[in-house]
Ligand binder design. Structure first.
Ligand SMILES: [Zn+2]
Length: 83
């Protein structure tokens, strides 16, 4: 057996395992997006608002509407698929 043939044989047997691992990661990510659909807003770091230098006044973050949360990408895809 040539080294080339051995390499292809290994690749052929490893492909289903890699596919299974990829699927498992995908399912795990999907489940995590289902349980924890939000992540902290990148603009305000999850605070939901920006304080003025005085600290007494603030404005709400426009990106997340003051919630400080953003829907995760996986959840957004899930919502799009459901529709
Ligand atoms: Zn925000």
């Amino acid at each position: 057996m040539t080294p080339y043939a051995a390499a292809t044989a290994t690749d052929a047997s490893a492909t289903p395992i890699l596919l299974a691992i990829g699927l498992l990661v995908l399912v795990g990510y999907g489940v995590s997006c289902w349980i924890w659909p939000f992540r902290a807003c990148t603009r305000c770091d999850g605070a939901g608002k920006f304080r003025s230098p005085s600290g007494r006044t603030w404005r709400y973050c426009r990106r997340c509407g003051g919630k400080g949360a953003q829907l995760r990408l996986g959840r957004r895809i899930w919502n799009g698929l459901k529709r």
